[in-house]
Design a protein around this ligand. Structure first.
Ligand SMILES: Cc1ncc(COP(=O)(O)O)c(C=O)c1O
Length: 453
């Protein structure tokens, strides 16, 4: 800990309270005092292959010796070319153009610009708005903050008109914001998209952006069957692009290459970052459909992507390529699906023993727990109790890395946790995770004197 000495800008509410990460190995992290932590969130949903994989470090070192950086104005690099081939191969049919970015916010910002440019080149220059959902987080640039529907993120928005993008309700069946139940609802939450397009005017809307499975803003909320098929139909009808925001769900996290592949809907753009390099270097990908690539290619005077200085950085590309080859070689996406099922079952058993847990959900190793004070009514705890933050704090004391999440109800209430351990987790390590979590929840209940039904 750098108690009082650090010059690093703190994002923590208690400056000086950071732990010093000393080294990592597999699913574990160690601090400078030698204490071991099970990384149940994969360093927020980033780490897929585990900490400390030597062959990735070797690939990075080799690339740094060979070519550390080139600028896109004149050069490409072999790792960038090879990585683009690899990613296009993994992507859904027809999505074969790839641009590299530096992270999730820049990826979504790029998707926004690509979507508006696409319409502009087709003579529809008024189409600039992005519709997204409440219970969403899409990044921290000005445009992506405007797309984000999270109450907590929006609480800090500056009052720019540009950010006034429209939002629809999230497909959260456990706390349905429309007070309906599937299947009788007939996917009213998806039909909200058509309604808002009519209200705003289809000629002003460029795209609909959604995480196929909601990550941090909802902890693995999985929409019901047919949801994205309906979304695709509505987007096609109104000539609106569908952006599958896979900053978390991309590159295997849900047990398929991309989260949207759990539905029969092919997006126009996918943004995917965290799992691309498993955290070994900052990089993300914006993957877009050939129909867009062809439109851009036909417009000779317009460059499709005005990328960033560090877009396609050779060292980041070399790291990501080594990671994706490692995943393929060790069948880690299949293992993620299998271990995800195992962990979800164990969490469901924990929910039978622990009434605080109202819902267990998710796919692959993107699993969510929602905490409620009444399992019959799904009534959340009031925000003032800080259930999620207490679980995160006591979890850390118990050697379990978690991240507090809240706001799944209509207002700010609703505590939840998003678990996303590395794909290499074993059954016995899942058991260790669940038993540490159970102990942590019990201690939080005791400390807050909670009674749950
Ligand atoms: C779903 C989602 N989108 C976008 C972002 C922003 O990504 P970054 O922090 O890399 O800019 C995040 C970050 O956590 C995220 O979870």
């Amino acid at each position: 800990m750098n108690q009082g000495k650090s010059h690093v800008l703190s994002t923590n509410s208690a400056p000086g309270s950071y732990l010093m990460a000393a080294y990592g190995e597999g699913i574990y992290l160690y601090d400078d005092k030698g204490k071991c932590y099970l990384d149940a969130i994969g360093g927020t949903h980033v780490i897929s292959i585990g900490h400390g994989v030597a062959e990735i470090a070797d690939a990075i070192a080799q690339q740094a010796r060979q070519v550390c950086f080139v600028h896109k104005a004149q050069f490409t690099s072999q790792p960038q070319e090879d990585l683009a081939d690899f990613v296009a191969e993994m992507a859904p049919t027809g999505m074969d153009a790839v641009g590299f970015v530096t992270g999730g916010s820049t990826g979504n910002e790029m998707a926004f610009q690509l979507a508006t440019l696409y319409h502009q080149l087709r003579g529809k220059s008024r189409k600039y708005k992005i519709i997204s959902r409440w219970h969403s987080y899409h990044g921290h640039t000005i445009a992506t903050l405007g797309m984000s529907g999270s109450r907590f993120v929006r609480g800090n928005l500056p009052p720019f008109d540009l950010l006034n993008f429209p939002h629809i309700q999230a497909p959260h069946c456990y706390q349905c914001p429309l007070n309906l139940a599937y299947p009788n609802c007939q996917l009213a939450c998806a039909n909200e998209l058509a309604k808002i397009i009519e209200q705003e005017g289809a000629d002003t809307i460029a795209a609909f952006m959604a995480e196929p499975i909601i990550g941090g803003a909802g902890s693995a909320i999985v929409p019901p069957p047919g949801y994205y098929e309906k979304i695709r139909e509505i987007c096609d009808f109104y000539d609106i692009l569908f952006i599958s925001e896979e900053i978390i769900t991309g590159f295997g996290r849900t047990g398929k290459n991309f989260g949207i592949q759990h539905w029969e809907a092919i997006p126009d753009i996918i943004t995917a970052t965290k799992g691309l390099s498993s955290g070994y270097a900052p990089i993300g990908a914006v993957i877009f459909h050939q129909k867009m690539r062809e439109t851009f290619a036909a417009a000779t005077k317009k460059s499709p992507l005005s990328l960033f200085t560090y877009s396609g950085h050779p060292i980041s590309c070399a790291a990501a390529l080594a990671v994706q080859k490692y995943i393929a070689k060790h069948n880690l996406i299949e293992k993620c699906a299998v271990m995800g099922e195992y962990l979800k079952n164990e969490l469901a058993k924990l929910a039978l023993r622990e009434p605080l847990i109202g819902d267990v959900r998710g796919k692959g190793l993107l699993l969510g727990l929602e905490f409620v004070q009444n399992r019959d009514t799904h009534q959340p705890f009031p925000r003032s109790l800080h259930i999620a933050e207490n679980i995160m704090k006591i979890g850390l004391e118990n050697g379990l890395i978690l991240r507090a999440r809240f706001g799944t109800g209509v207002g700010v209430d609703g505590d939840h946790l998003l678990l996303s351990p590395p794909f290499i987790i074993t059954e016995s390590q899942c058991d260790e995770l669940v038993s540490k979590l159970e102990l942590t929840i019990k201690q939080v209940k005791q400390s807050l004197n909670l009674l749950c039904q």
